[in-house]
Structures are given as C-alpha cells and as structure tokens.
Design a protein around this ligand. Structure first.
Ligand code: N2P
Length: 372
C-alpha cells in the first residue's frame, strides 16, 4: 500500500514537472503586449485583428484620469508596454525619465503621421522622440437636445460657457442630471477661459478664482466622473455634461442606434469663448518588458485603415494623416471632430505644470469636489 502510494506519488511528481515544463515552454513562445489605454478609446475588433495577424496577445486595461496613469508609471514596474498619456502629462513624465526613446526604424508607419499634430506634440516632446499621437479632441459641452429645448425654449442654443459657469443657468439642468469631468486640468482651464483669464495660468490667485467659479455651480453637479457620462447621456439618465468630444459623440451614436427605445438625441458644443484641445499619445515605459511587441502594436495602430477605423468609431480625430482618405466623410467633415480653421482658432492648449502648481491645482480640485 505504502509502496504503491509512494510510486504513485513519484509518478504524480514526474507528471507535474512535465506539465510545468511544457507550459513554461508555451509561455516562452507566447508573445504578449500589455496595453494601458483610456476607457472608450479603441474601436471594437482592432485588438482582436492585431492578435489574429501577429499572434501577439493583448492584455488590455483602461484608466480615465491622467493622474491614475501617472501614479502607476511613477511607482515603476507598472507592467505596461504601451500607455497613452495626454501631452501635458507626457511632458513632465519625459523629464522624469519614465519613457524610452522610440526607435523609429521599428515604426515605419509613423510616415503616416499628421504633421500639424506632430508639430503640436513637439512643444511637449521636442523632436517627437518619445511619443506618437494616437487621437486628439476637445473638452466641451454635451447635452440632451430635447431637454435643452424643454428647459430653455425651442430656440435655445448651447454655445457659451455661461451655461455652465453661471450658477442660475446650470441649476436649470440639475434635476435632469449634470456630470462634470473629474479632471482639474480640463475644468479649471475652461473656467479660467470663461473668466477671461489665461487658461494656462499658474498664478495661485487665478486658480483660486477658477476653483471658486466651479464651487459655485457644484450644487448642480450630480457627479464628477470621466467615463460614466458616455452611457448616462446615451440612455437619458443625465442631460448635461462637460466632457470630451469623442465620448459625447459616441454617446450620440449609441443613442441614435437605440433610437426606437431611448429616443435620445445628443448635441456637442465647442463654446464660442474657446475650448481646450488635447493630444493623447502612445509611449513605451522605460521598464517595459515586451518592447518589440509594443512597437508592433504602435505600428499597427498607425496603419491608415486601423487609424480610420478608430476615428470612425470613436469620433476623435486621428493623428494619422494618411487615414483621412479612409475616414467616413460624415466624421471627417464634422467640425466638432476635425475642426476647420475658424474652430481651430478658438481652441487653446495647456502646457505641463510645475509640481508646485500641480499641487495647488490638486488641492483646489479636492476642495471643490468635496466642498471642504
Ligand atoms: C477617451 C477619453 C480620452 C480623452 N475616453 C482624454 N484625454
């Protein structure tokens, strides 16, 4: 009994060893890329098609705030191979040495990049050494068309930040539901711009005025959040948001698809006083383990047909110029997605903040949100 038991045990060990050897061999062969991207920021099917073609498995994870990404990257050993920081975060992250220089010989499809965008990005990443633009967009106002008509009258137009920052205006939307991005770097510049101050201001007194403007409308805000508003707008659960262009237009598309059931129509406005234009970019962390796979993924995302698929589905402009001939004309001709010259002249960009300024911004933001 003991004998049999012992040999059975030995056999068991031998099998376990063999199985573990085989699975290690398989693991050594399996190619993986860990991709950490914004939520609602890739067209369905893109990553699956990449895996099918290359055999590289994509471990996909999402975030909805630059601060979340930055905390993980700064802590080191994030485990990510491709990440998507917004340009004004990228700028200081480059200084903190958390990215590797891109080997452009491994990214032939960067020849498709849009020079207008590459030039903008160079103000954050001189020489475009560390990053390639993925998508870009604006921070504006999303609204439920029927609710706006019902509340403000049939001829009402949403075209000014007055609707957000005059407390008596935003209060009208309180009951049907208001969300604001949980992003100080989007909301404070909008408030500064509305106040007639420099949206890029780093003066404490200016930032305090912006915080005060947001604090005054806070009683009308149901939630500060940066991804939930997409479906909440589409289903009619909320009627008003300060959010990102493409997310709001994805809500519009989703509501239109569900037309018979929800009947929700969504509008997006770039206010006449101006709005922020942001650039989100593909970069490889310095300590990435799967660097070749990261290059393959970035190069794949830069194929014109892949970039066009993303622009079509996401309603964000792609940093890929060659993709434009493949983008749905409805998307390409939508000035809220691909702004024309007149719209572009109203847009502003923000630059990286010094740590001291960022600390002030973060403190004011927490205070505004919590009311303390
Ligand atoms: C995608 C939002 C990306 C824009 N959901 C934020 N930079």
């Amino acid at each position: 009994m003991t004998k049999v038991g012992r040999s059975g045990f030995r056999l068991g060990l031998a099998i376990t060893a063999a199985v573990s050897f085989l699975s290690q061999a398989a693991a050594a062969e399996e190619r993986v890329v860990n991709f950490y991207n914004w939520s609602n920021y890739i067209a369905p099917g893109v990553l699956e098609a990449f895996t099918k073609e290359t055999g590289i498995k994509v471990v996909y994870d999402t975030f909805d705030a630059n601060e979340t990404l930055e905390t993980r990257l700064m802590a080191g050993k994030s485990g990510y191979d491709v990440v998507v920081p917004t340009a004004y975060f990228l700028q200081r992250q480059i200084k903190a040495n958390i990215f590797q220089k891109l080997d452009k010989s491994k990214l032939p499809n960067l020849a498709n990049a849009w020079p207008m965008v590459t030039k903008h990005l160079a103000t954050y990443d001189p020489g475009n050494v560390y990053a390639a633009n993925y998508m870009w967009g604006t921070t504006g106002i999303g609204y439920n068309v029927a609710k706006v008509k019902q509340i403000l009258g049939p001829d009402a137009k949403i075209d000014s930040w007055d609707i957000v920052f005059k407390p008596e205006n935003l209060a009208k939307f309180k009951d049907c539901g208001v969300h604001l991005l949980d992003s100080a770097d989007d909301i404070f510049p909008a408030a500064l711009n509305w106040l007639g101050l420099d949206p890029n201001s780093t003066k404490q007194a200016d930032l305090e005025k912006a915080a005060e403007a947001v604090a005054k409308v806070r009683p009308s805000v149901r939630k500060f959040h940066s991804s939930e508003y997409l479906s909440a707008l589409a289903t009619g659960e909320i009627c008003f948001v300060v959010g990102w262009s493409g997310d709001i237009m994805q809500a519009r598309a989703r509501a239109a698809e569900a037309k018979n059931s929800s009947g929700v129509e969504i509008g997006y406005a770039i206010p006449k006083e101006g709005a922020q234009m942001f650039f989100d970019n593909l970069a490889i962390p310095a300590d990435a383990k799967n660097v070749n796979e990261a290059y393959e993924l970035i190069n794949y995302l830069y194929r014109p047909e892949v970039a066009a698929k993303n622009a079509d589905f996401l309603s964000y402009a792609s940093g890929n110029l060659a993709s434009q001939k493949l983008v749905d004309p409805k998307i390409l001709n939508d000035k809220n997605i691909y702004p024309d010259e007149a719209t572009l002249s109203k847009l502003f960009v923000i630059t990286a903040r010094e740590p001291a300024t960022q600390r002030i911004i973060n403190r004011l933001w927490t205070k505004v949100k919590t009311g303390r």
